[in-house]
Design a protein around this ligand. Structure first.
Ligand code: ARG
Length: 660
């Protein structure tokens, strides 16, 4: 049950006739910040007072007279200028928990309107190694899929892998010119990744060398313009004109600085190749590699037999590698329909967009022009090649035909914002008006230096090595963990048995660290922080869970009997009552997190609950409670905490451990 929603419904009834805008008014019911204001507080009397030209207190009184919450709340109190304070009845809370105890869903209801969601997440470009950024798309998408499903929605997960992109041109070229056969036989995916990196380096080198003079030329132009501006400023006497010139000056200045940064970075890349004779020699003997790579991609797309055969050999190998990571993360998909799946649909789609006037020709290419943008979204290049956007349009059509969703969610980092804005606008032109299209975007994973997370040598960090390291560190925690702990009734039993524990703790920590961030911000990656026993970490929550299991083991508790007993719950102590109220806010957290697709609302909830549990535990003896009835009641609260932790973490894609 969502208490917040129940209160809103009751207020909606009471407000009927008092205001036109009931929805806005009931949004002004919030959980109270301080216990003295009750559990929830309703603040609509202030704005209604203004609207109705009445003192807010009078309006509050009017609302309270009409409000029927006597089954769940103590009589509402009006405070200050007209706040309505609501305090839930403890026996009502106890009855709700009683019901939750016997319910595998812990009393959490389902969405009022069931929808069908397609979730497009993970979607790595195969044949490029997966890196730290992919954990975000994979795990945020996975959490949303689980949460939505649990909340009663129909969810179809689709891994839109990049299996058709230009990276294949690079690999095909690399395979044909630089293959190390024995390396390929031993570890094919590693060899393909090496080929990809090598060819990419050579292509970039030639491009950089070709573009460098243009950068330099542009720098000269900008400098000349700056000099002109400076000269004009010397002679200009009009204040307004001076102001404008100064503004231009600042802008030009930052443009020059930016360009100089680019030139420096490009020069460094070029120098790195010049300092590496072997690579330089390769670059020299493949001067036309950029064009050749494009040709390999184009041949593949046009069904060239050799390239297609190689592609058919590469993709399953790469997928096996990716699957191994998914297994470790415990992630599965209903469908894996990569870009290649849509290849056949593209020519007809572009013709249709042209015929319908949605797209038009521009410089030999075809693009969709959107209001307010000078640059079109291209759907066919001059040379006839189709683009990422074309495939995405075809994908929307296919999904609509096949799954008839109410919503499609796309999980990628924020750098693709423009792409999705254009894509969604085009989809509207194509007539998909009732379809919710949402780019669930996220920020970058940063290293401790606040720059994108890289290895010491400057490469992106492979996802697999990240998982290995997290597990390795979790083993260390396990081995050291029992040392400082005292033998209180709550402490998990040592020694630590399950070999699975470090995996679950390590991977759980990694996943949780990601999910607990506001997804739109960048965050700094730190093994130490993510595996801390205290703080907003999976480890802390897993520990709360394991702690309860340990109490049960020590107290030889019969769990079935506990869940089915009808001993009333005691909520006399303030910490017991607080814990009860928190337990009943689980559904609120789930619903809120799904409003704009933020798993961090659920992590924050679980963290609060774990803290509440810690205070409860400090103040209320469980196994040594003063009598049997209180002991049972507290054990039942413990059970609910553990189950909420377990279910909550499971919905985030994180497993619990019985002992740690
Ligand atoms: N493969 C893309 C990338 O790695 C992400 C694909 C996201 N999904 C989509 N339908 N565009 O950037």
């Amino acid at each position: 049950m969502n208490i917040h929603t129940v209160l809103k419904e009751r207020f909606a009834l009471a407000l009927d006739g008092l205001t036109e805008n009931i929805t806005t008014a009931v949004e002004m019911i919030r959980p109270s910040q301080e216990p003295k204001f009750g559990d929830y507080q309703a603040n609509m009397a202030m704005s209604l007072g203004k609207q109705l030209g009445k003192p807010p207190r009078e309006v509050a009184e009017q609302i309270v007279v009409r409000l029927d919450v006597s089954d769940l709340c103590e009589p509402p109190e009006i405070a200050g200028p007209g706040f309505i304070n609501l305090r839930l009845k403890s026996d009502w809370l106890a009855a709700r928990l009683q019901a939750a105890l016997a319910d595998p869903r812990l009393g959490v209801g389902c969405a009022a309107r069931v929808k069908t969601y397609v979730i497009d997440y993970s979607a790595p470009n195969v044949a490029k190694p997966m890196h730290v950024g992919h954990i975000r798309s994979t795990m945020i998408g996975n959490a949303l899929a689980r949460l939505l499903r649990f909340y009663g929605h129909k969810v179809i997960t689709d891994n839109h892998i990049g299996d058709w992109g230009t990276q294949f041109g690079m690999i095909l070229y690399g395979y044909k010119h630089f293959l190390d056969r024995s390396a390929y036989a031993a570890k094919p995916v590693d060899e393909l990744a090496r080929l990809y990196r090598l060819v990419r380096k050579l292509v970039d080198y030639h491009r950089d060398v070709a573009e460098m003079p243009q950068y330099e030329q542009r720098a000269v132009e900008l400098r000349t313009r700056l000099e002109d501006l400076n000269a004009k400023l010397q002679t200009e006497s009009d204040a307004a004109a001076q102001k404008k010139l100064r503004k231009d000056q600042t802008r030009l200045h930052s443009q020059i600085l930016e360009l100089l940064d680019t030139i420096k970075a490009v020069a460094e890349k070029i120098r790195a190749i010049h300092d590496d004779p072997a690579t330089l020699a390769m670059a020299k003997s493949h001067p036309d590699i950029g064009r050749a790579v494009q040709e390999e991609t184009s041949k593949l797309h046009h069904g060239d037999a050799e390239n297609l055969a190689l592609w058919n050999e590469f993709v399953p190998l790469c997928m096996e590698d990716i699957e191994r990571i998914y297994r470790r993360l415990n992630v599965t998909f209903d469908h894996t329909l990569g870009e290649s799946f849509y290849n056949d649909r593209l020519p007809e789609l572009v013709e249709r967009l042209l015929a319908q006037g949605i797209a038009r020709e521009t410089d030999g290419a075809v693009g969709v022009f959107l209001p307010g943008r000078d640059i079109p979204m291209l759907v066919r290049k001059k040379d006839g090649a189709f683009l990422y956007a074309t495939t995405d349009l075809a994908t929307i059509e296919y999904r609509m035909e096949t799954f008839r969703p109410d919503a499609i969610l796309y999980l990628t980092d924020f750098r693709q914002s423009l792409h999705f804005e254009q894509l969604f606008a085009t989809a509207r032109f194509m007539g998909y008006h009732d379809l919710e299209l949402t780019h669930v975007k996220f920020g970058t994973v940063l290293g401790e230096d606040s720059k994108p997370f890289k290895t010491r040598s400057g490469d992106t960090v492979g996802l697999e090595s990240l998982l290995d390291e997290a597990e390795r560190r979790a083993c260390k925690i396990r081995d050291e963990g029992s040392e400082g702990r005292d033998e209180k009734e709550d402490e998990p039993l040592a020694p630590h048995p399950s070999p699975l524990a470090p995996k679950r703790i390590g991977i759980g920590a990694l996943v949780y660290a990601d999910l607990s961030q506001n997804r739109e911000s960048d965050y700094v990656f730190s093994y130490d922080k993510m595996l801390a026993m205290n703080g907003n970490t999976a480890t802390y929550l897993q520990y709360a869970y394991a702690r309860v299991q340990s109490i049960f083991a020590r107290g030889k508790v019969d769990i079935d009997a506990l869940r089915n007993s009808d001993t009333p719950l005691h909520l006399e102590q303030p910490v017991e009552r607080d814990l009860a109220l928190d337990l009943l806010k689980f559904e609120e957290a789930i619903e809120l997190s799904l409003q704009d697709y933020r798993p961090n609302v659920v992590t924050a909830y679980l963290y609060d609950l774990a803290n509440r549990y810690a205070s409860f535990f400090e103040q209320c003896p469980v196994l040594r409670a003063e009598n049997e009835s209180i002991r049972t009641s507290r054990l039942r609260l413990c059970d609910l905490v553990a189950r909420t932790m377990q279910l909550g973490l499971e919905l985030l894609g994180i497993e619990t451990v019985e002992r740690m």
